[in-house]
Design a protein around this ligand. Structure first.
Ligand code: FEO
Ligand code: CA
Ligand code: CA
Ligand code: CA
Length: 580
């Protein structure tokens, strides 16, 4: 029996059960509408999406990109807004009729056009949100869009290529995972698994610095290097240095060139959780999503001045990057932590250890973090700052390698062969995000109490048969402080994952620890990306890669249609606040 709780729960909806259906299920009293899907033309003179991979490269460059991920909402009036939405990658099994087996140069251009960011205007009419075709704001940013390199690494010899001898102008962004939003009205898009797009036409001996980022002479299967020599390491060995950054985009100005912010470090960026510290410094928390990689924090040099957009626009150009070291007593899932400064000349980041400038510290941030003794984490995905500003949460999605090699069990990574994941939470000392000390604990350890009762793999006390899930990934708060959790996990519904069904979205009360399932997605999708309308009465989320690897999904059109990643809008039928 539970103790009667006099405080009203933050969570007001009835939980939905696990589902393996090829559709979206939301709680009673809620509805969902489709906003936009992969291949939707942003302009009326562009050909419509064609099933079976039949669309052209030219059309894809002016259509909504594929595999939408992180997104932000920029209101321009009560019923109009601009949305910036990441298009992380593409699935060749659906992009091409030949499923990637007979690639051409034109196919590579189509794949490059399916990546990046889609900027769209949306409008609310009769209580539903729609894409505004032909809006002057509509814009596609993709793997060939010119970008400015800014910050300490801009212009460094390691950033120079034959096409850009100055090292200040990169082409494109891809594998845009999650995002961030600034109070000065810009969008942050984060480059994650950029390594997989590079390959080599010749045998090469790659440096340890290159290998640390997973770059190999054999690519991940995209085959760009065979048709576009920019991606051929034998011809352009420095090109990979120009990826793995956070990119700042002004969505209100379709002519503004995106800026890569090298002061935020180069790694496999997940999202950029930005908060304005009490003293005005901009603090951005950043995960590096790979097994055994690290968690970072950027603190701007200058301070935010409300209203002074011109000054704020370059706040991310200069600052200090830190990496986290957590206490790690085995069996203790709370403790202290410390942010270690990644500045050239300090903490061993010196020529003796291979660093000759701040540019090199940023370009090889992972190597610098190892020298400092940063904690190897269970794949840091999204970070979210509580609206009070006092606590920060990060999803550690899973890590099958925990317990091996240089990834010891302990601290916030307490389980060997961790295939369920957990969420770590910390509080900066004195509620000041520029402090180097913090206290941490685990908010939840996911698990399966049906299969693993009585062991750590059953999950923490707030996990039960009704809310179990695996691989927390997307994360965000609403204004009332509800924590929204999205999953990118195994959907077999068997073995360790039995009873969990398809990927899902949950809602948590950070005070009580309660977690309730809010939504289930279609077959083989991931739920990722979230944005609220300013009244918190519409929640936009992303349905990514339904039917990946040819699993039998036809979301959202049904019938025999090609499955398409989509953004949906969720509202309460009574017009209330989402989650209440
Ligand atoms: Fe693109 Fe780590 O997820
Ligand atoms: Ca993710
Ligand atoms: Ca993930
Ligand atoms: Ca994904």
């Amino acid at each position: 029996a539970s103790t009667p709780n006099t405080q009203k729960s933050l969570i007001g909806f009835k939980a939905v059960p696990a589902s393996s259906l090829d559709t979206i299920v939301v709680p009673e009293g809620y509805r969902w509408d489709l906003l936009v899907s992969w291949g939707e033309p942003l302009f009326s003179n562009v050909e419509p999406f064609k099933d079976g991979g039949m669309g052209s490269a030219e059309a894809q460059a002016l259509q909504f990109g594929d595999n939408n991920d992180g997104m932000s909402f920029f209101p321009i009036s009560e019923d109009h807004a601009i949305m910036a939405i990441n298009n992380e990658y593409t699935n060749y099994e659906y992009l091409f009729p030949h499923q990637g087996k007979e690639m051409t140069a034109s196919d590579v251009r189509k794949a490059q056009a399916a990546h990046g960011v889609s900027i769209i205007e949306v409008q609310r009419k009769d209580n539903r949100w729609y894409l505004v075709k032909d809006s002057k704001y509509n814009r596609r940013i993709h793997a060939n869009t010119p970008m400015e390199l800014t910050g300490p690494a801009a212009g460094h010899p390691l950033m120079q290529t034959s096409a850009d001898p100055q090292g200040k102008r990169a082409l494109g962004t891809f594998n845009n995972c999650a995002n961030g939003q600034t109070p000065w009205g810009t969008y942050l898009t984060c480059e994650e698994n950029f390594n997989g797009y590079f390959g080599s036409s010749e045998t090469l001996n790659l440096s340890p610095e290159t290998k640390r980022y997973g770059i190999k002479t054999k690519d991940a299967g995209y085959q760009w290097h065979a048709f576009d020599e920019r991606f051929d390491l034998a011809k352009n060995p420095q090109e990979p240095h120009r990826f793995g950054w956070v990119v700042e985009i002004d969505p209100m100005n379709p002519n503004a060139m995106p800026k890569k912010r090298t002061a935020l470090g180069r790694f496999k960026h997940e999202n950029a959780a930005l908060t304005i510290n009490n003293d005005g410094h901009v603090v951005v928390y950043l995960g590096d999503d790979e097994r055994g990689e690290h968690l970072y924090k950027f603190v701007s040099k200058q301070r935010y001045t409300p209203g002074n957009t011109a000054a704020n626009l370059d706040l991310l150009e200069e600052g200090t990057l830190y990496v986290a070291r957590f206490s790690s007593e085995i069996g203790k899932v709370s403790g202290r932590g410390e942010w270690l400064e990644l500045s050239f000349g300090k903490n061993g980041l010196t020529p003796e250890n291979g660093f000759n400038s701040q540019a090199e510290v940023m370009i090889f941030a992972r190597k610098a973090a190892t020298i400092l003794g940063a904690t190897t984490m269970d794949r840091p995905e999204w970070v979210a700052v509580h609206p009070s500003g006092k606590q920060v949460f990060c999803t550690l999605t899973n890590n099958k390698n925990r317990g091996k090699d240089r990834q010891p069990v302990g601290g916030p990574n307490p389980r060997a062969k961790n295939n369920y994941g957990q969420i770590v939470r910390w509080q900066p000392d004195q509620q000041d995000h520029t402090q180097t000390g913090f206290s941490w604990d685990l908010f939840v350890m996911a698990g399966n109490p049906e299969v693993h009762a009585g062991t750590a793999y059953a999950g923490s006390a707030n996990i039960n048969s009704e809310n179990m899930f695996n691989s927390p990934d997307g994360l965000g708060f609403d204004a009332d402080g509800r924590l929204w959790i999205q999953t990118d996990g195994k959907y077999s519904n068997k073995g360790d994952f039995s009873g969990m069904g398809n990927n899902q979205m949950l809602c948590a009360d950070p005070t009580s620890g309660e977690i309730r399932r809010f939504l289930t997605g279609p077959i083989a999708c991931e739920i990722t990306g979230l944005a609220f309308s300013p009244d918190y009465k519409t929640l936009f989320i992303g349905i990514q890669h339904p039917g990946e690897e040819l699993e039998p999904s036809h979301f959202p059109q049904g019938g025999n249609h090609t499955p398409r990643s989509s953004v949906i809008a969720i509202q309460k039928e009574d017009g209330g606040i989402i989650g209440s």
